[in-house]
Design a protein. Structure first.
Length: 752
């Protein structure tokens, strides 16, 4: 070993020990990078698929970890600890803070047992610390640290550092609500230190990536632990910690969900959960048919508004009126009180006496007496007292089944509207979003049209909580809500239903940009849980400034009545014929969904063509509106196979019969006789139809003429831009109508 090399190694070790801030005697094991690494009781190994090498930079050695090539995993370092102990020990990681990410150890430790884990591209040498109370495990896996200089195990607490606050990597010219999760929730209001540590650990990265807000849940049970006494100290501490990091708060208010309840309610006489209609089992989520719920929910919202409504650091509020996790829907699969397992599933939650009473009152208001009910439903009730809730599949007629679905949807819509009104009363100047989840099944009870219209009345918005990792799927399950939001004129926001990789990060960015969304939420794990998402976000996140409403010439009928008559059509969304047809047609053109309520409210005036993808049964007022629109010059395309021609719920097919005889006024009706599924030929037919129509926007025609792979989607925006998404793992080439060639990287967005 030459003298120069030996001196360099000594400097490396000396610098390492000085940076650790602890005496040498506290060291149990250590690994230090170098031309020949120092390994004393700790070794670095390569896991499956991991690639790393030693590199020298700025006179010091580091392990450089190469990102994994796939979109779903993180590269890392395998650590074998050969010298261990049984008492409290700390793993100290020294790293160059280059790039962005979140260091993690497996087996992991709680948030308040780790420090400095955010990589924020400060360019400094920093340390992350992980505390193990019963000794460091023999095998560890470390992910998220790309330039590791040293790892050591010590048995005396080292100096602890927080990640520095740096200037955001992305800055935006237009206001938007860019919100991320942080580990800012704990399992008990008595464990606030865990929530604060989660914010401390993760907020520096959230800020560095260009987000301006963080979300935590505000649970009723954490603030009214004693009936009538509100204690906001837990959330005071949460907000103070958020403010320390230069971020704003976008909380979700939860009152009815099972895990948000205070003990005094759960254990007392006022506990009145939803009752499953199929099995008669009660769920902890509180029934919206219990009058007391309105009393406590309104009071909870009022008290929150008094406490935080005027705080400048309040970016906005998301409402949590019901559902598993606060969504504006009935229970589907969420936890019960204390996050315990509970009887829950997608089904009908109207089996309790108060739900029966509410349904009977709704029927009485609509029909007046049992005779009229029997005439409409085909039943034999002797009096209205015999009317009760029932499983829709047992309905005696179409009208009976549709009526039950209308009531079931309407009850949840009314409840959510009350929450919106109470929130606006409590917080006059605050951005409010309804939490609109699900994907359309009757059992879930989310009426996107009604929710959009009701949020318009309070100058609020909707945050959709149902996106995933695939763009075509996201389009189909969010387009009904986004179409309604744009028609009724409210703000839009998007949230994933859970997991997301680079694919989902880009798909969701594209969906936000091409719908003019003001709000975009990511779980931090969507960005940090793989090796590609952060880089993709940093490269293209500023596209939020390009967002605008799309120019859409085609609407597909959202077949509300048909869906109410057949649970299976959308209950299993990936197997849904409606959504399968919509996904395939989206490969050819951009289109909206138009619900029957939207059509009655005049939405068809925005479109040139109405396409029926699935479902032939339409409520009479909506079908009459479609007919009037056709006679005024609109074009309808429908596929009579396999469901037949459009009819009303009562079976009246006279309007379609007139259409097929050529009685269409100034408009046109085309019966497509080809295969509906797969829908590619159907989509191509609609494409050619649009190209022939003089009134279709020229920019839309240009987009229709481009030559592209099926993995590339387009949307023409009102700001004059055409936005493309390549949702494929390889580069895509697109030839525009003017002859120019555009290249798009894998899962990338382009603007023309």
């Amino acid at each position: 070993m030459d003298v120069e090399y030996a001196v360099g190694e000594m400097r490396t070790l000396l610098g390492f020990f000085v940076l650790m801030g602890v005496v040498y005697g506290a060291e149990v094991a250590a690994w230090v990078a170098g031309r020949e690494p120092v390994a004393e009781g700790l070794r670095l190994e390569k896991g499956t698929g991991d690639v790393w090498q030693l590199e020298e930079s700025e006179g010091a050695w580091s392990v450089r970890v190469e990102p994994h090539r796939d979109y779903y995993t993180r590269a890392g370092l395998e650590l074998r600890v050969e010298k261990r102990g049984t008492g409290r020990q700390w793993v100290v990681v020294e790293f160059w803070d280059r790039g962005y990410g979140l260091l993690g150890m497996a087996p992991g430790v709680s948030e308040w047992r780790q420090w400095g884990v955010a990589r924020v591209n400060s360019g400094k040498v920093r340390r992350a610390v992980f505390q193990y109370d019963a000794g460091v495990p023999e095998r560890l896996r470390m992910e998220g640290a790309d330039w590791v200089r040293a790892v050591r195990v010590v048995d005396e607490q080292p100096a602890l550092e927080q990640a520095p606050l740096v200037e955001p990597a992305l800055k935006f010219a237009r206001h938007s609500e860019r919100v991320s999760s942080v580990a800012g929730d704990s399992t008990s209001p008595d464990k606030v230190e865990e929530a604060l540590a989660g914010i401390r650990n993760q907020a520096p990265l959230v800020r560095a990536l260009g987000f301006n807000g963080v979300e935590t849940y505000v649970r009723w049970g954490y603030v009214e632990r004693q009936r009538g006494v509100y204690d906001w100290s837990y959330y005071d501490a949460i907000l103070e910690e958020i403010e320390k990091h230069g971020l704003q708060w976008f909380p979700m208010l939860l009152a009815g969900s099972g895990y948000a309840l205070p003990r005094w309610l759960h254990d007392g006489k006022d506990n009145f959960g939803f009752v499953c209609l199929e099995h008669g089992v009660t769920h902890d989520t509180q029934s919206i048919f219990q009058p007391f719920q309105a009393e406590y929910a309104r009071k909870f919202i009022q008290e929150f508004g008094k406490r935080y409504g005027k705080r400048k650091s309040l970016l906005g509020v998301r409402l949590g009126p019901s559902g598993d996790y606060g969504e504006a829907q009935y229970p589907a699969k969420g936890p019960g009180y204390g996050f315990k397992e509970s009887h829950t599933h997608i089904g009908y939650w109207a089996g309790d006496a108060l739900a029966v009473k509410a349904f009977r009152a709704w029927v009485a208001e609509k029909y007046g007496d049992a005779g009229k009910v029997n005439a409409a439903w085909g039943t034999r009730y002797k009096s209205l007292a015999e009317v009760k809730t029932f499983l829709p599949v047992t309905a005696a007629s179409r009208r009976m089944r549709v009526d039950f679905a209308d009531w079931y949807f309407g009850a949840m819509s009314d409840w959510c509207e009350k929450w919106a009104v109470w929130a606006r009363e409590a917080m006059p100047g605050v951005q409010i979003h309804q939490s609109s989840g699900g994907w359309g099944p009757v059992e879930i009870g989310t009426d996107y049209s009604y929710q959009a219209r009701s949020m318009k009345a309070v100058k609020g918005g909707m945050r959709l909580t149902n996106e995933g990792d695939d763009y075509a799927d996201n389009f189909t399950i969010t387009r009904m809500a986004t179409s309604a939001a744009r028609f009724y004129g409210i703000e839009l926001g998007f949230e994933p239903g859970g997991y997301g990789s680079k694919r989902g990060v880009m798909a969701r960015l594209y969906n936000a940009v091409t719908n003019g969304a003001v709000h975009l939420f990511y779980y931090l794990g969507n960005l940090t849980g793989n090796d590609h998402a952060i880089e993709a976000w940093l490269r293209q996140g500023r596209l939020l400034d390009e967002r605008a409403r799309p120019v859409v010439e085609v609407a597909a009928l959202y077949p509300d009545a048909a869906l109410k008559l057949d649970d299976e059509v959308v209950r299993y969304r990936w197997g849904s014929i409606l959504y399968s047809a919509a996904r395939t047609m989206r490969e050819t053109l951009d289109f909206d969904f138009a619900s029957e309520q939207m059509i009655v409210d005049g939405a068809l005036e925005r479109y040139k063509v109405l396409v029926l993808l699935w479902g032939a049964v339409v409520e009479k007022p909506a079908l009459e509106k479609i007919d009037a629109w056709v006679r005024g010059g609109g074009t309808v395309v429908f596929a009579p196979r396999p469901r037949g021609n459009p009819v009303t719920v009562e079976g009246d097919g006279s309007i379609a019969a007139r259409w097929l005889k050529g009685d269409t006024g100034k408009g046109r009706v085309v019966a497509w006789r080809g295969d509906l599924v797969p829908t590619r030929e159907y989509g191509e037919f609609v494409r050619e139809l649009l190209l022939e129509m003089p009134a279709v926007d020229g920019r839309v025609k240009a987009a229709l003429r481009m030559e592209k792979p099926e993995t590339v989607y387009w949307s023409v925006l009102e700001n004059g831009k055409t936005v493309l998404l390549n949702f494929g793992p390889r580069e895509a080439r697109v030839q525009l109508a003017d002859g120019r060639m555009v290249r798009l990287g894998d899962f990338a967005v382009g603007v023309e």
